[in-house]
Every structure is written in structure tokens, then in C-alpha cells.
Design a protein around this ligand. Structure first.
Ligand code: CA
Ligand code: CA
Length: 155
């Protein structure tokens, strides 16, 4: 496919994230200013056309960890992973429906530590922002992600 100059400019403009969102790689990210239960966090992200974040590489996680370490106060942050809708405690990303443990993972060495009780995935400050399972009704910050490949560039 070839694009002319004007089409190219138009595509570039389309790759700008919404105001208040961070651009990294092929995604836009929103770090919440409020805290909510996991299910409400998922709804909040969906209401702005996003999903709770799926962390699928070391580089993506490093970006997120650096943002959390330097600029945000919440102790824990919801990610878009859960096993609450599966009967066999299989963790998956709601954004992609991919099984979490068959891709990139960064569970803290003692996590998940409450299988069958803690059904939602979070980053926790005192676990060096590595992954843990937690009780879904807990109030935490949350991170929304829009993957730019999902945006309809044709309009
Ligand atoms: Ca992602
Ligand atoms: Ca846990």
C-alpha cells in the first residue's frame, strides 16, 4: 500500500492519543485518578472506548512501572487480568481473551497466593510493582489501554 503526503499527515494526526493519555509503543494509556473495584474499573475503561490494560511484554511493563514509580500515589493498580469468569482458575486478559500464563508474565515470587479467593490481577507497590492476585471488590487505581491498531483510521 502507498499513501500520498496528505494521507500520511492524516494518519500521523490519528496516532495522537486522547488528551490526558500517555502514548507508548502502539498504545495509549490512562492512569486513573480514582480508585474502584476491578469490575467497575473495567466498565470505566470501556466507557471511554478502552480496556483494562493487558501487559504483554517486558518493555510495556517497564514503561508502566516507571510511570507508577515516578508520578502516582496509589498503592495498588488493577490490570485487565482475571480468573473470576473461568471455572478452572485460568487467568486471561479481558482485552485479548488470551491466557495470561501462556504469554509474558511477571508474577511476584509468592503470587498468586489465594487461588479460588483472589480473582483479579494487580500491580502492588511493595511487591516492586510486580503482579499479584487480589480480591476483586478492593478499591485500587486502574490503567486503561487503547491499542492504536484498533482505531479505525479510515473513519
Ligand atoms: Ca498492552
Ligand atoms: Ca495475592
Amino acid at each position: 500500500m502507498s499513501v500520498n503526503f496528505w494521507e500520511y499527515q492524516w494518519i500521523l494526526n490519528s496516532v495522537v492519543c486522547p488528551i490526558g493519555w500517555d502514548h507508548y509503543g502502539n498504545s495509549c494509556y490512562l492512569f486513573s485518578k480514582d480508585t474502584q473495584p476491578w469490575n467497575s474499573s473495567l466498565d470505566s475503561c470501556a466507557s471511554v472506548g478502552a480496556s483494562l490494560v493487558a501487559i504483554e511484554s517486558q518493555t510495556e511493563e517497564t514503561f508502566i512501572q516507571n510511570r507508577l514509580r515516578h508520578e502516582f500515589a496509589s498503592f495498588m493498580w488493577w490490570l485487565g487480568g482475571t480468573d473470576q469468569f473461568t471455572s478452572n482458575q485460568t487467568w486471561y486478559w479481558v482485552q485479548t481473551e488470551q491466557k495470561i500464563n501462556s504469554g509474558y508474565t511477571d508474577w511476584y515470587r509468592t503470587e498468586p497466593d489465594r487461588p479460588g479467593q483472589q480473582h483479579c490481577l494487580a500491580l502492588r507497590k511493595d511487591l516492586n510493582y510486580q503482579w499479584c492476585d487480589d480480591y476483586c471488590p478492593e478499591l485500587h487505581g486502574y490503567i486503561c489501554e487503547i491499542t492504536l491498531g484498533d482505531l479505525d483510521l479510515i473513519g
